[in-house]
Write a protein that binds this ligand. Structure first.
Ligand SMILES: *Cc1c(COP(=O)(O)O)cnc(C)c1O
Length: 375
């Protein structure tokens, strides 16, 4: 019997567990020296000349970024319809309106002609998602933003370690938001970070992430905004420091395994749509294929159950945002690719500790199950 293979699993070193114990014994658990060290390491990692601020989640990073840009009621923000709900939810949370637009079937990234068609005089920002770690076309996104005077808030939850050419995601551009949830390419348990382009906006975000507190020169404190509570703990940051040190190794391994999937699955089953291969700048947060269920006598829950019986975990990333209850009817624009991805996508196991032979086992099991379901 094979051991159950989940669709993802974090890699945590024993030395990290020891390091966390040291933080606990130090007596300083909340934001402190480990957070400062982690933020500096993130800044160095993405390119050195950006301020990177650690926060409690990717969702917090996105929400604080919108607030720092002054986006609120009456404003519209362009969001791809294929993403985790968080990307659109935060727009509603600041009182603005998410305008969902379609994505490309293969890259699963936002379609810029659709973004263009969604512009109104209220549009203030665009939130491109580097889906599965494949960077969006920076030239297209930033020339569009410049032309229409929009802020860009990159949802880089999948894209820590991804690069556009020689530049890492978060090393250039406007605001970039990372997530360090355990399913992501590196983890701090829960956590996130924002790469910020200017010192002024970094100060705004620092204020907003901790109660709106400002320190006076005499040591007393003042409160200057209704800030929230989004600061990361030193325990979490200690995990992040070690994870970041191994991130390139993790991502190389992901890229290698994803390449094995693509090599094995290319042309192996009619109607199966593989994700775009990308280049060295693709960090392969996940490998999701589209299955032509309407041509098969198995549906997605049936396929997931069949794979589970074969000790293989399959994920679904994601249902299309415009088809979720909260967003249904809100969106006048058709998003046929996002709909199709939402209905047909399955996420195959992909994480650094997987064996090469696991990829073969997943592909064999998947192809056997699909072939048996061919009508
Ligand atoms: C995970 C994720 C988020 C949210 O990150 P959290 O740390 O879980 O809040 C946002 N957007 C996308 C695309 C994600 O995958």
């Amino acid at each position: 019997m094979a051991e159950f293979l989940p669709f993802t699993r974090p890699t945590i070193d024993e030395s990290t567990i020891d390091g966390v114990s040291e933080v606990f014994r130090s007596g300083w658990l909340a934001t402190g020296p480990n957070v400062s060290q982690f933020e500096q390491a993130l800044s160095d990692y993405v390119g050195g000349d950006r301020t990177v601020l650690a926060v409690t989640s990717g969702t917090a990073a996105l929400e604080l970024s919108l607030q720092a840009c002054g986006i609120g009621p009456g404003d519209e923000v362009i969001v791809p319809a294929m993403t985790f709900a968080s990307t659109a939810n935060v727009v509603l949370r600041v009182g603005a309106t998410p305008v969902l637009v379609d994505v490309d079937l293969h890259s699963r990234n936002i379609q810029m002609d659709e973004a263009e068609a969604a512009l109104t005089e209220r549009t203030r920002a665009i939130m491109p998602v580097h889906f599965s770690g494949l960077p969006v076309d920076y030239e297209a996104v930033y020339s569009f933003a410049e032309k229409h005077e929009l802020r860009v808030i990159e949802d880089a939850a999948h894209a820590i370690g991804s690069a556009w050419g020689d530049t890492r995601v978060g090393g250039t551009g406007d605001l970039s938001c990372f997530s360090f949830h355990p399913n992501k390419n590196m983890t701090t348990i829960e956590g996130g970070a924002i790469s910020v382009p200017t010192e002024k906006e970094a100060e705004i975000i620092q204020n907003l992430r901790f109660h709106g507190i400002e320190r006076n020169p005499d040591g007393t404190i003042d409160v200057t905004s209704p800030g929230g509570k989004y600061n990361l703990s030193d325990v979490a940051a200690r995990v992040g420091i070690d994870q970041l040190a191994r991130l390139d190794e993790f991502n190389d391994r992901r890229r290698f395994l994803a390449g094995c999937y693509l090599d094995t699955l290319a042309g192996a089953f009619e109607g199966l749509v593989l994700p775009e291969r990308g280049d060295e700048g693709h960090s392969w947060h996940m490998c999701a294929v589209l299955v032509p269920f309407s041509d098969l006598n198995i549906d997605r829950p049936g396929l997931i159950a069949a794979m589970k019986d074969l000790d293989i975990g399959i994920g679904v990333h994601y249902p299309a945002v415009h088809e979720l209850s909260l967003y249904r009817g809100m969106n006048p624009r058709p998003c046929p690719n996002a709909s199709r991805i939402g209905q047909q996508t399955i996420t195959l196991p992909l994480f650094p500790a997987m064996q090469d032979s696991d990829v073969d086992r997943v592909c064999d099991s998947l192809l056997n199950t699909l072939n048996a379901a061919r009508t």
